[in-house]
Design a protein around this ligand. Structure first.
Ligand code: MN
Length: 480
């Protein structure tokens, strides 16, 4: 059981934002008063839950309003207060955050299912307005998953499934790997307990077998870096249970996973990342095909690091992840890192970055515009966004994220402006001409060939697309 107290929360907030203390205390008192008498299924006073949610947010160094909203997040839904009242007592920003995570009342729907679909849509689309709503929702879900044992079996399955289908992928999109990994592992524990235990035990055994080698390698690399005056911090990282589970489902045995163990090597700047890479390669032979430069080619969720898999100590295959400490924060908390970097400005900068730099954001807007029916919206989001992706390159090496099954037509509408994409006549993938319905794969290099004399999209293009964005633009052209 989690024994977080208000003192722990205040201590945590004090460590990075002293000015927030009075507001956090006031939000706690008000939430305490409103939830007084309510108990969780565990038998604990209800306030334990919002307190933990606020604490998870404070661990990410959330701003003052977000912490207060974390404390108040269930008050509109479950107690006698309203958005207006919270705005009056606190401020409009807090009131809107709390309102954002509040379920739409069941009075508005004839069935439970309709209510659930509308609320799923509400959560997903809240990112358009304020990504902090999703972060509060993720913290809320994380604490609920941590305490899921007190719920009925049916509810456990329902929540675990929803977490794996909706919340973990959302956490991935905004780069909150720490929350994503914990949500996935907790979900698997309820969805397939046997499998979870089996992987946990296997991983433990292999860990024991490899530990001495990992420690030896860690200290060897530490010595090499220290000798060259490169400030460093090195940690041992083991792949999450759910990540191993996914690999196994693709047919890989746990012993074949090349990045089951990794050394996370954190240095002071980018030049030293590459210097460290060279030093490691001259000590341990790299596997050429397993090198990835996510510093120059960041993942679409902004993750940056160098990955190299080497023949490590004792001939063991070990991955090394080399990055700066700022990159390490992004690899842990993603967009939430902005709270720490940009303080009071974080919220606006997060929204701006999402709009301009995160590829999924435009897809989400297009799906939202195209599907008015909540059931169709949720189905499309699951099938197009919260699903397996492929990553293809433009001719200049930009990485484009598309759903599995995407074709050159999708690629064209994602990378070219609409009028140019309309003039597409053929596509070259990895130096070979491919048909319009060609299914793109990871690492494909895609060149779209256009011709000003092209007669424009034909109705058949609609059946050869996977993305809503492409379909919207083709329909616009065809006026259908
Ligand atoms: Mn809650």
């Amino acid at each position: 059981m989690n024994e977080i107290s208000i003192e722990d929360l205040l201590e945590k907030v004090k460590s990075y934002n002293k000015e927030a203390l009075e507001d956090v205390k006031r939000a706690y008192k008000y939430a305490y008063y409103l939830h007084d008498g309510q108990v969780r299924q565990s038998g604990e006073p209800y306030i334990i839950h919002p307190l933990n949610v606020a604490y998870i947010l404070a661990e990410m160094h959330a701003d003052s309003n977000t912490i207060c909203a974390g404390l108040l997040h269930d008050t509109i839904e479950d107690t006698q207060t309203s958005k207006e009242e919270i705005a009056r007592i606190f401020n409009l920003d807090i009131a809107e955050l709390v309102d954002g995570v509040t379920k739409i009342s069941k009075m508005n729907f004839s069935t439970k299912r309709e209510q659930t679909l509308a609320n799923t849509r509400k959560i997903i689309t809240s990112i358009k307005k304020d990504v902090r709503i999703i972060m509060i929702k993720l913290a809320d879900r994380l604490h609920n998953m941590r305490t899921l044992q007190y719920k009925k079996k049916e509810k456990q399955q329902e929540n675990a499934l929803e977490t794996i289908e909706i919340f973990a992928p959302l956490a991935y999109y905004i780069g909150c790997y720490k929350i994503k990994n914990e949500l996935e592992d907790l979900s698997l524990k309820y969805l397939d307990k046997e499998k979870y235990k089996e992987i946990e035990e296997k991983r433990e055994t292999i860990e024991v077998e490899n530990n001495a080698y990992l420690v030896e390698m860690l200290s060897t690399i530490k010595d090499i870096l220290t000798e060259r005056n490169i400030p460093n911090e090195i940690k041992i990282r083991i792949k999450s249970i759910y990540e191993i589970y996914k690999k196994e489902r693709k047919g890989n045995d746990i012993s074949e996973i090349h990045d089951l163990f990794a050394l996370k090597i954190i240095v002071d700047n980018i030049a030293n990342c590459y210097h460290t890479l060279g030093l490691i390669h001259s000590k341990y032979h790299p596997i050429n095909s397993k090198f990835k430069d996510y510093i120059c080619n960041p993942k679409t969720n902004k993750y940056q690091s160098l990955h190299t898999t080497v023949f490590g100590a004792g001939g063991k295959i070990i991955q090394n992840q080399i990055r700066t400490s700022e990159m390490d924060s992004v690899a842990t908390n993603g967009l939430a890192t902005y709270w720490d970097i940009h303080k009071g400005q974080a919220r606006n900068i997060m929204q701006e970055e999402l709009t301009k730099k995160f590829q999924f954001f435009q897809s989400l807007l297009d799906i939202d515009k195209s599907f008015l029916d909540n059931q169709k919206f949720v189905r499309q989001i699951k099938g197009e966004l919260l699903t397996s992706k492929i990553y293809a390159y433009t001719t200049t090496g930009e990485i484009i994220e598309l759903p599995q099954g995407a074709t050159p037509i999708d690629f064209a509408y994602y990378t070219l402006d609409e009028n140019t994409a309309n003039k597409m006549i053929t596509t070259i993938v990895n130096n070979h001409q491919v048909p319009m319905d060609y299914e793109l794969s990871n690492k494909d290099r895609v060149e779209i060939i256009t011709d000003n004399n092209s007669t424009g999209p034909s109705p058949s293009w609609l059946t050869n697309t996977k993305t809503t964005t492409a379909r919207r633009k083709i329909k616009k052209y065809l006026k259908v």
